[in-house]
Design a protein around this ligand. Structure first.
Ligand code: SF4
Length: 466
């Protein structure tokens, strides 16, 4: 039922551990929220590389036997939501190929805005593609490089990429991590005893008892081998553009991304929202799980009680019994708590509205449970433009923030009042690095030019927001 931007992908890599594949499995488990369509692990033992990929959630994609088939002391893993390319096994990552430079595997979080042009050029030059994923172009560029060493060939191929990429790569004896110079997507470096870890979010390190060391810097390539960790900065620096939506929704609240606690930033969004758009109300109710941190901040700032007036049913969709159409709320993952809501003026807090369909259902549900008023508060500005940097978003025509004024949205979702966090509020909550964030989905101003055929996404003129 959720009307949200879709998560992108999660990547994990480990060097120097006899349980590399098992730890990668656990790391992917912690990163499951970043992609649920497929999962894969490639391991290496210094001589050979081994791969296992499957559709579905991490827990379903691997068995004890498949993990046993992944020996070695280094591994990378990937959990995928298809931001570019269809949802099928050929597109499941990590990709593993053999070329003149030897075997190499790659896992990618992000989206390459020049993938189409690069792919067309490569096809003209005789390349045959096995997938519809933008990530495969990196491997073709690498395989065609005439540079004498693995590192030089990789740097030459990565230098041709534009857009968002946090990459983990594996050869039979090296783990390599690379992050685009804008730093769109997070990528963290840590240690577990003598082993090195790279992963999308620090929550993956927490699960395996690893220690966060630092972020892989924008534009940095890290080469981890028996000789230690080597950092190179081969690309010219570009303006930073960390995805602010990682703080709004994507990342787990127990993670640190871009050097900040996601929980702290999200709570701050709620506090600022309470100052910007207070409401005469009796209780603050979060939409679980996306609105919880901001609701806590709102309640604290507004000196209102916070209560779980909506309960999430984690097991919906796991039944084989098909209900009759007349069972109205079957499949709805939230249930209202009448004893909390009845007769109350409710501040309902969520992180975002994409199409408005879910918000309307939830407001209606809360009113049906007896709430006197529902004041909807959203902890980011109206979403008015699609993303081209690794997030699956609808076209502008489908974004209610682009096609309706705030009062029209309020009427559509049937709330008594509606307010969004301001762009200034959003920027001030992410703190001192505020100029280093991408906010394109709220502004329509893009830090990296996107492909021409994507202009169709932006054909619709924006409706003035009141
Ligand atoms: S457009 Fe939005 S979702 Fe995409 S990178 Fe920028 S802030 Fe993130």
């Amino acid at each position: 039922m959720y009307d949200k931007f879709k998560d992108e992908c999660g990547v994990f890599g480990i060097f120097g551990n006899p349980e590399a594949a098992n730890l990668t499995y656990l790391g992917l488990y912690a990163l499951q929220h970043r992609g649920q369509e497929s999962a894969g692990i490639v391991s290496a033992d210094g001589e050979k590389m081994h791969a296992s990929r499957a559709m579905g959630h991490v827990a379903d994609a691997f068995t004890e036997a498949s993990l046993l088939s992944l020996p070695g002391h280094l591994a990378i893993g990937h959990t995928r939501y298809s931001t570019a390319g269809e949802s099928r096994l050929e597109n499941a990552q990590p990709f593993l190929i053999e070329c003149a430079h030897g075997q190499i595997a790659i896992g990618h979080n992000g989206n390459l805005v020049n993938a189409r042009e690069l792919r067309d050029e490569l096809v003209q030059g005789g390349s045959i593609f096995a997938t519809s994923s933008d990530t495969e172009v990196v491997l073709h560029l690498y395989a065609r490089s005439k540079k004498p060493s693995v590192e030089e060939a990789l740097v030459e191929s990565i230098a041709q990429l534009q857009g968002a990429y946090s990459l983990v790569l594996l050869t039979k004896n090296r783990l390599i991590a690379a992050r685009d110079p804008h730093g769109f997507r997070p990528l963290a470096l840590g240690t577990l005893g003598d082993s090195w870890i790279v992963c999308s979010e620090t929550c993956a390190m927490d699960l395996i008892g690893a220690t966060y060391v630092r972020d892989v810097e924008p534009g940095e390539v890290l080469i981890i081998s028996e000789g230690g960790v080597r950092s190179i900065q081969p690309f010219p620096p570009l303006p930073l553009a960390h995805c602010v939506f990682e703080h709004v929704y994507f990342a787990r609240p127990d993670s640190y991304v871009f050097g900040r606690s996601v929980n702290e930033v999200r709570t701050e969004f709620g506090k600022i929202l309470a100052r910007e758009a207070p409401a005469d109300a009796d209780v603050v109710v979060p939409i679980p799980d996306s609105g919880v941190c901001a609701a806590i901040g709102f309640a604290e700032e507004a000196h209102l009680p916070i209560q779980m007036g909506l309960i999430r049913n984690h097991y919906v969709g796991r039944t084989f019994i098909q209900p009759q159409q007349s069972i109205r709320h079957f499949g709805v993952k939230l249930n209202p708590v009448r004893s909390i809501l009845e007769g109350k003026r409710v501040v309902l807090v969520d992180d975002s509205i994409v199409r408005g369909t879910t918000s309307r259902k939830i407001v209606t549900m809360i009113k049906a449970a007896g709430a006197r008023e529902v004041h909807l508060r959203i902890s980011c500005p109206p979403t008015i433009s699609p993303c081209f940097y690794g997030v699956d978003t609808p076209s502008r025509a489908e974004l209610i923030g682009a096609t309706h004024t705030i009062d029209e949205i309020r009427k559509h979702v049937e709330a008594d009042s509606l307010a969004y966090l301001s762009l200034d509020g959003l920027r001030s909550a992410v703190g001192t690095q505020q100029n280093s964030y991408c906010t394109s989905c709220y502004t329509g101003v893009y830090p990296v030019a996107f492909p021409r055929d994507e202009h169709a996404y932006l054909q619709l003129a924006l409706k003035a927001v009141d």
